[in-house]
Design a protein. Sequence first.
Length: 67
Amino acid sequence: MAKKSAPKMLRITQTRSGIGRQIVHRRTIRALGIKRHQQSVIQEDSPAIRGMIDHVSFMVRVEEIEA
């Protein structure tokens, strides 16, 4: 029987401010779980999360981490 591998995890850090940005960008940052500038959150890697990251890629830094 094959072992289940642990899902990839992503550390997402906001690097640019949301002040003066479009409301959809600020809401996407909030949906990722980021509440403050320079805050990092850890999310499971999924197509939905990757889509949100692509939407605000100019505002965040993403690192893959071991779970």
